[in-house]
Design a protein around this ligand. Structure first.
Ligand code: EPZ
Length: 418
């Protein structure tokens, strides 16, 4: 298993480029199952979760051609409308194929995802949404089987709670359902908007993506299209936190500042100076001391749960007590215990973490427990005295493209030990 070795204390300086958004690329790839024609997606990040989704599409019978960041998928015929356990167990987002397969084939068989480091993460909302479109669903032998032999029928769906991939799954089912579907309490994440943009290029009729009510008028078939994935807002936020914690002068390029409103506001509150040298760049510097800032994670446009761990690492270097409240996942503080091993003063109280700073971090051997927790340990390692050794970096490889190469390019002393 690979590790990262980081020598902390070097301010990050220069420009660092972001990749395409993993969480946008995943549903976009799943959407390719909705048509027999070729779909070409650009700015697909070559990260492990994407490779898993590509294997899933191939398993279904699609042809997948990868040319750098351009990926062309043609699902001329779907041979196996299913997501087998060995793929689903490595990536929960595999459930994103449930909606498109049910819509295209009238049946889908998807392994039920098991537990996950950050919480229970059930897919009951995906299932009941599909039932509202007329699918019959059975669970047996660890698989969910959806059947709609006469095709799906549009309907009213009101999600009990906001779910990002649940909204995406339903959207992909509704575009080929007969009649109109109205999705209430839909997720408003930029990744949902990006998926809708792709589906519209493929011929879908969708209104309201980016708001909490999405209306879809089903069409008989979709066609091929070309689409460029949005920049990764979570990778952007991760780099901004890294620039700030090292008190560097870092410009993140190729990003979409509008997708990071709540995060940028909290960075400012913490004393980070933020400039936008261009429409697609954000520059961070820290002119004085970092100050504590409280954060409550929320659905978009609130503060993203996927940036909570990175912000916690930053708050270990801020004066005062920061209260971080996690409302989306019940167990997303695994990084706190590892940060504490590096000298951070953090107390956990249910869904709240109290971070008292500023503390001196010292390099230690730590273990990455999930994707964003790993990112927070990298950030902490960049600010710590001495060497930090991060074990199980396969978690970070799931969602960050060559993070060590990118960070080394702006001065970080980080290397991968294979
Ligand atoms: C997406 O996961 C992201 N993944 C996650 O990013 C992100 O943390 C999460 O949204 C929240 O923003 C992808 O886009 C591939 P949810 P998703 O359904 O869709 C509960 C990362 O680090 N829920 O919006 O699975 C659920 O347990 C990953 O890149 C149900 O109860 O999250 C959670 O408490 C991690 N039943 C809440 O809803 C369901 O059927 C929101 O989860 C579905 C969800």
């Amino acid at each position: 298993m690979d590790k990262f070795a980081i020598q902390g204390g070097v301010p990050l300086e220069g420009e660092i480029a972001v990749s395409g958004a993993k969480n946008s690329a995943l549903p976009a790839l799943a959407a390719c199952l909705l048509t027999s024609e070729a779909v070409t997606l650009d700015r697909i990040p070559p990260v492990r979760d994407i490779a898993t989704m590509e294997r899933l599409l191939e398993h279904a019978g699609a042809r997948v051609v990868v040319d750098g960041e351009r990926v062309t998928v043609q699902a001329a015929v779907i041979e196996h409308p299913e997501a087998p356990y060995d793929l689903v167990k490595t990536m929960r987002a595999s459930s994103l194929v449930l909606g498109p397969l049910a819509a295209r084939c009238g049946r889908a068989r998807v392994s039920v995802p098991g537990g996950c480091a950050i919480g229970a993460r059930p897919i009951n909302l995906h299932v009941s949404a599909l039932e509202s479109l007329g699918a019959t669903i059975h669970q047996e032998h660890g698989y969910i089987e959806a059947r709609a032999p006469q095709g799906l029928k549009g309907g009213e769906v009101r999600f009990d709670r906001i779910t990002v991939t649940g909204t995406e799954d339903l959207l992909m089912a509704a575009v080929l359902a007969s009649g109109e579907t109205v999705i209430h309490n839909a997720a408003r994440e930029p990744e949902v908007v990006d998926l809708a943009a792709l589906l519209i290029k493929m011929g879908a009729r969708i209104e309201g993506a980016g708001t909490s009510v999405i209306r879809v008028t089903g069409v008989e078939r979709l066609r091929g299209a070309e689409h460029r994935i949005i920049p990764d807002r979570i990778e952007t936020g991760t780099f901004l936190a890294a620039g700030a914690i090292t008190r560097g002068d870092l410009t993140v390029t190729g990003c979409e500042p509008e997708h990071l409103g709540a995060f940028l506001a909290k960075l400012r509150e913490a004393g980070v100076e933020i400039a936008k040298p261009s429409a697609t760049a954000i520059r961070v510097r820290v002119p004085g001391k970092l100050q504590s800032a409280d954060v409550t994670t929320e659905e978009h446009p609130g503060f993203a749960t996927d940036l909570q761990a990175q912000f916690m690492a930053l708050m270990t270097q801020a004066e005062g007590i920061s209260i971080l409240t996690e409302t989306i996942f019940e167990n997303r503080f695994m990084h706190a215990l590892e940060l504490a091993r590096m000298g951070a003063n953090i107390r956990l109280d249910g869904r709240r973490a109290l971070v008292a700073g500023a503390t001196t971090l010292s390099g230690a051997e730590v273990i990455a427990s999930d994707l964003r927790a790993s990112a927070s340990l990298v950030i902490a390692g960049l600010a710590a005295h001495g060497e930090t050794l991060i074990d199980r970096v396969y978690h970070i490889d799931r969602g960050y493209e060559k993070i060590e190469t990118k960070l080394a390019g702006v001065g970080a002393r980080i290397r991968r030990i294979s």
